[in-house]
Design a protein around this ligand. Structure first.
Ligand SMILES: [Zn+2]
Length: 87
């Protein structure tokens, strides 16, 4: 068993894409090993680093602006659109 193997690799050997890894992290479904791996992955993967931080910033923003309630979907879309055009 290789210690350096990607903990995101599924039982069938399929290697997940950056988006899939990011999604598990953001959904809170990732295991501690996966979170650890992803943290290191972000150090050398700018798209992941960017997406992760955009999402975290969004979550923080919505938490403070919306009193912990459900985030309005169009607000999220608006912010994301803004980030994507300026990036
Ligand atoms: Zn990546």
């Amino acid at each position: 068993m290789a210690t350096s193997s990607n903990p995101f690799i599924l039982a069938d050997g399929k290697k997940p894409s950056c988006m899939e890894m990011l999604q598990s992290i953001l959904d809170g479904e990732a295991t501690p090993e996966q979170k650890e791996y992803f943290k290191k992955h972000m150090d050398h993967c700018m798209p992941c680093y960017k997406s992760y931080n955009v999402d975290m910033t969004l979550k923080e923003l919505l938490k403070t602006k919306c009193c912990g309630g459900a985030a309005p979907e169009d607000l999220v879309a608006q912010i994301k659109a803004k980030i994507n055009t300026t990036a």
